[in-house]
Design a protein around this ligand. Structure first.
Ligand SMILES: [Zn+2]
Length: 213
């Protein structure tokens, strides 16, 4: 579901006009809105004076509960004042929790520009494809998987589905990931994970118990 707001937009030609823009998106059910973000079709406006069609920058709140993704997407031009907007995001997030008694057990993330959101969604789509292959591989090899909560995996920059040779044991991850990337060297996210484990940049045994969601 998408919520829209009438916002004043300024065109390069100097014309100022009102346009209805999407400012809040509850993703999940709405595949159409997600598609529009990915293809750059969201919040396109046409100047009534010169006819130019352009993307109108505005703040967008993007929430995908299933994927534990709550993104505060500020206009690209705000990027230089990141700290200020981070503070603003915290305040608004805390206020929203208090106001609606909502319990979101993951932290919001901050992004600047719709392209940053599109890139994140695309990356996670590709990741999901690899995770499916990893699940299939584990089943074939009689390995196991450890499923991480999305927000947790995003924070560490890793995939959510971790193969392991020992059931429920992170100590079997290194070996299982090695077998997986040998089986399919095209898996970029798993290859990155493998490299990080090899270089000691990521230690699966430090993962701790994944939270249930
Ligand atoms: Zn114009």
């Amino acid at each position: 579901m998408a919520t829209t707001k009438v916002v004043e937009v300024k065109c390069e030609c100097g014309e100022v006009f009102e346009a209805e823009l999407v400012t809040s998106i509850a993703a999940g059910e709405d595949i159409d809105v997600k598609e529009r973000i990915l293809t750059g079709g969201l919040n396109l406006v046409k100047c009534p004076n010169c006819g130019r069609v352009f993307y109108a920058e505005t703040f967008i709140l993007y929430h995908d509960n299933k994927n534990q993704l709550l993104a505060y997407v500020y206009p690209l031009e705000c990027k230089d004042q990141k700290e200020e907007y981070e503070k603003q995001m915290r305040q608004e997030f805390n206020k929203a929790m208090a106001d609606f008694g909502e319990s979101i057990n993951y932290q919001p993330i901050i992004l600047f520009g719709i392209e940053a959101l599109a890139n994140l969604l695309l990356k996670e789509q590709d990741m999901e494809d690899e995770e499916m292959i990893a699940r299939y591989f584990c089943k074939e090899r009689h390995f196991y998987t450890i499923e991480l909560p999305s927000a947790f995996a995003r924070k560490y920059g890793i995939v959510r589905v971790l193969p392991t040779t020992k059931q429920g044991d992170p100590l079997g991850i290194a070996e299982a990931v090695k077998s997986l990337v040998e089986y399919n060297p095209q898996l970029v996210f798993y290859k990155t994970l493998y490299d990080r484990i090899s270089q000691g940049d990521f230690n699966p045994s430090n993962l701790g118990p994944p939270n249930d969601d």
